[in-house]
Design a protein around this ligand. Structure first.
Ligand code: DON
Length: 304
């Protein structure tokens, strides 16, 4: 395994076409695109890593997997009254379907869906309390209490919130959000700002490799049926309008973020985190996708 990762990191270091760093969040615009990291965590406790696997990056939309898990734990299947579970085929920040679908977002991974999930899990609490809960959950699954929010990234998103604020207000006009829009957005931007490295992220994904059991503590974080369903959703919707391409080239459940990270789950086998800040035209890590494609070719870790 180590040799496979070393080879992939060496191959990615030679790539010249590295995509474009997200610049609609100014705080992310200056990140050096010449970075690449990969880490694999296995349920038997091994961790393999290569490249810039210990460099922190903004996990952004990957956090939506964790808030979905928290949401299903807190609300059970009632969560599906707040958000759907169908692929959208539209960009992550699209507003277009909301109008025809009475303000109910297609799935929990597009921005509107994640905003609806965070509103659902707030349950009348203050943003600080919900954020404490989210961070505590991430500490548990990653087995690492050093993980923090990056308040500069959150503030940068808040200062350029127009698109997400539109989504939130539009949903609220359909009676879909219960809390004050700015409180919901502040919570959402902070969850997206969580800074992790590939090793921490791979470690955090292990509960989805192991049917919902956190391998570090032995704690069941979600039941088996729901863990399987989160993986299905990651497969179908985890890369927005690039989900079909990801399933075609990688064949595993995966969730991307505009920070350039991708968390990928090989059920029963391992959790793979890749990071390279340059994005493709739909906002997913360009080299991350390429590296995962190589990884699956070399290991045969695909669900198909
Ligand atoms: O709300 C946003 O636009 C970002 N905080 C998250 C978007 C994102 O990560 C999309 N992923 N590829």
């Amino acid at each position: 395994m180590q040799k496979i990762l070393d080879n992939i990191a060496a191959e990615m270091a030679r790539e010249t076409d590295r995509g474009k760093v997200a610049d609609y969040i100014p705080q992310l615009a200056h990140i050096d695109p010449n970075q690449f990291g990969i880490a694999v965590a296995t349920p038997d406790g091994h961790m393999y890593a290569a490249g810039d696997a210990s460099t922190l990056f903004s996990i952004q939309s990957i956090s939506k997997v964790f808030t979905l898990t928290i949401g299903l734990g807190k609300l059970g299947d009632t969560l599906w009254t707040h958000v759907g579970r169908e692929p959208s085929g539209d960009p992550f920040n699209s507003i277009v379907m909301l109008e025809h679908e009475s303000g109910r977002p297609r799935n929990p991974f597009i921005n509107a869906g994640a905003i609806a999930v965070v509103d659902a899990i707030m349950m009348g609490h203050k943003p600080k309390e919900t954020l404490g809960e989210i961070l505590q959950f991430v500490h548990l699954i990653a087995d690492d209490e050093s993980i923090r929010f990056d308040h500069k990234v959150a503030a940068s998103e808040m200062a350029h919130k127009d698109r997400n604020a539109s989504l939130a207000h539009f949903m609220k006009s359909f009676g879909r959000l219960r809390h004050d829009v700015d409180n919901v957005l502040g919570t959402y931007f902070h969850q997206c700002s969580i800074a992790m490295n590939c090793q921490q992220l791979a470690s955090a994904g292990l509960y989805l490799v192991s049917n919902g059991v956190d391998k570090h503590s032995g704690v069941r974080v979600i039941n088996e049926k729901r863990a399987r369903r989160i993986n299905s959703l990651m497969m179908m919707c985890g890369h927005y309008d690039g989900s079909g391409e990801f399933a075609y080239r990688v064949g595993l459940p995966g969730k991307s973020g505009v920070g350039g990270g991708i968390l990928t789950i090989a059920p029963g086998k391992g959790s793979i985190a890749v990071w390279s800040p340059g994005l493709d035209h739909v906002g997913n890590s360009k080299l991350g996708l390429k590296a995962l494609e190589r990884f699956v070719q070399k290991t045969g870790w695909s669900v198909f």
